[in-house]
Design a protein around this ligand. Sequence first.
Ligand code: NAD
Length: 531
Amino acid sequence: MLNNNLDPEVAEDVENLVIYGGTGRAVRSWDAYENILAELRDLEVDETLLVQSGKPVGRFRTHEWVPQVLIVNCTVTSDYDTMEYYRDLEQHGKMMNGMYTAGSWAYIGTQGIIQGTYEVLAELADQHFDGDLEGKLVATGGLGGMGGAQPLAVTMNRGVCLVAELDEDRIERRIETGYCQERAADIDEAIERAQAAVDAKEPYSIAVQMNAADLIGELRDRDIVPDVITDQTSAHDELEGYYPSGYTVKEAQELREEDSERYVEQSFDTMERHADAILDLQERGAVAFDYGNDLRGQVAKHRGREDAFDYPGFAVAYMRPKLCRGEGPFRWAALSGNEADIYRIDEAVKDLFPEKDQLHRWIDMAQEQVEFQGLPARVCWLGYETDGSLTERARLALRMNDLVRSDEVDAPVVVTRDQLDAGSVTSATRATENMKDGTDGVADWPVLNALLNTASGADIVSFHGSAGKSLKSMSANNHVVLDGTDLAAEKAERVFTSDPGSGVVRHAEAGYEDALDEAESSDIHLPFRDE
Ligand code: NAD
């Protein structure tokens, strides 16, 4: 999985070890990478390797039931949690930003986020339109590792996507891999073609090379109100993630090196204009939501604009009902590298969950439209719900383990997920924004989640801090390798019960009825229930 993260088809910038999210890395340096591989090659089944911010730091005799790799990235105490301290550590080779799935070795390219983006837009279409985005215009920015999924997720929901991206290479990459259909010569052509597709009610996506703040501002000035507006530029990082207006990529890189303070100030100015345009268009009727890049938080904090929060975050608006039921971005990769293994597992998913129409539709569309990157992989949102004894995730994991055992798939399958899952993340501007009981910033939950995964027998467990507040979150991840053995089955049953279960517990404790219902119907013991 580490090598898969660093596969050039998967990572955004392999040479600099950047996997996604502007600076999200899987390892701290190439030396650290070589050292990790050397350790992994002769690691015994009852040993555990410790990885601290992307560097191997220790190896101990433990137990075959516990993780073989424990990873902790970018975690500091609150008095040290500043961008300056973090950047200084990073420059001195002492720390790295693991983002979410980069530092936990669970990134599988844009194919990993596509289903989440599809689900979010499907839920939005249910809430605001007639169940899909037919004849609707979605305007957004950013075609990076995550953002690159947006155009395809829009067209899968039958809508039209108009996306601004400053970096030409990113646009080309999304077009080559089938995530975006066309590239416009300029903004006029982009708007004209997008509007023609809206009128014709045709699913369509078009990218234009320009600053996203300028695109959204232009739409407002020309009085073109998109049906939906969001953004996935890396606004969470004002220096290395987001481009200020008025510069090409190359010019921005020069400014960054020559005068980083000026860069940052201009970045915040552009972000403020960006958020202003979103707010204006929202007032004129667009459905606006923040897609987890903290544009609102940056503008509120650095430009004193609390009104930036007048549009909601995606998790609150469109994901929470699912998270309450322990549902989230469950994913697996075929270590054989054979696409046929994923198709075989697709059949197993359909067979196990015959009643889940939307899941079946998703698999059919994914088979047709989502290109594999690196190891063939699939994401399906599954949750806690039990069939009387086993959760959805456990049922599927056990079936996959059986397929490995009976040689119906060619090699072990590794199962993991995104960190933005039901019980594994605290992030007050994303997954835990506006919690019912005010516990938006309580980070006991992801720590408990990581410990619980360790106690349940996951093969890799990771925990991520906030990287100088740039992530404003703490999160945990897990991997289980299904190698067809009885031990793998026992571990999988426990991990894929306790992991989504901790999400139900987290939301039940916060008072969400959906979570309390799920706990009741799936028989999760809640010691606080009688309160
Ligand atoms: P990335 O760094 O790989 O891509 C960002 C892209 O935005 C780059 O291609 C860059 O060229 C472009 N860009 C930056 N500033 C721009 C500007 N002003 N105008 C036009 N283009 C600009 O990052 P990513 O992995 O795609 O993630 C994007 C953001 O979305 C991040 O902030 C990430 O944290 C957030 N996100 C969060 C979630 C989540 O909460 N689960 C999900 C998806 C994305």
